[in-house]
Design a binder for this molecule. Structure first.
Ligand code: 13P
Length: 246
């Protein structure tokens, strides 16, 4: 039985005031059935980790593939762990697009994350042009094969399917389309990993309290990676409630 995971990606949002949202979320969801993870900007990781956060876990949004060195502006996986993070998002489409991250780099970062004892939340997803061209499954297959390291296990790695065209747009795939990709991902993992059945597969892209329940009922959807709706405790709380009921 896979434990569900509600993960929030705050992206480049949040200052000290935002810690009140974590306190409110922890107060309202003191004992969720699902796991709850918030990935704030790096500037807030240590403060969030030290704040009243109940069962809420804290994660980073990226890490460097090296342990240390002359990499101005970068943060290593070990530093994230030292700051109190237990997870790190890797290969988000915004990193792939804004910073030219390819599958090999995402894989190297994931290896660094696992080596530092972090859980890697590895993101994959097709662009709208790729979907229109009928390439969705081949793109996802290539990203999984290239980005997920051989050391991945069901306990140290989570996969997030985030169609690029669904992120921040209010558009979501049909439930059948989500099921098709999630079933495919499960099958791809099964070709490489003995414990493939145990990997959590998250859906991400315009998840809201209003559509969460129907998405969580889809085959092989084990939770969500949430952007905009994770910034407010009330919105993310609605998603946690839907996941606990799923
Ligand atoms: O990119 C996402 C989470 O990583 C999804 O963002 P939205 O929930 O804002 O669409």
């Amino acid at each position: 039985m896979r434990r569900k995971l509600a993960a929030g990606n705050w992206k480049m949002n949040g200052t000290g005031d935002s810690l009140a949202e974590i306190r409110a979320l922890a107060a309202a969801h003191a004992a969720p059935t699902c796991e709850v993870l918030i990935c704030p900007p790096a500037t807030l990781i240590a403060r969030m980790a030290a704040s009243e956060r109940g069962p809420i876990m804290v994660g980073g949004q990226d890490c460097h593939q090296n342990a240390s060195g002359a990499h101005t502006g970068d943060i290593s996986a070990g530093m994230l762990a030292h700051a109190g993070a237990s997870h790190v998002i890797l290969g988000h489409s915004e990193r792939r697009a804004d910073h030219g991250e390819d599958n090999a780099l995402v894989r190297a970062k994931a290896e660094a994350a696992l080596g530092a004892g972090l859980v890697a939340v590895i993101c994959v997803g097709e662009t709208e042009a790729e979907r229109d061209a009928g390439q969705t499954l081949s793109v996802i297959g290539t990203q999984l094969a290239g980005s997920v390291p051989d050391e991945a296990t069901a306990s140290n790695t989570v996969i997030a399917y985030e169609p690029v065209w669904a992120i921040g747009t209010g558009r979501t795939p049909t439930l059948d389309q989500i099921a098709e990709v999630h079933d495919f991902m499960r099958g791809q993992l099964a070709e490489r990993f003995d414990d493939a059945e145990g990997f959590r597969l998250l859906y991400g892209g315009s998840v809201k309290p209003s559509n969460a329940a129907e998405i969580f009922a889809v085959s092989n959807v084990d939770g969500a990676l949430v952007g905009g709706a994770s910034l407010k405790a009330a919105d993310f709380g609605g998603i946690i409630t839907a996941l606990d009921a799923a």
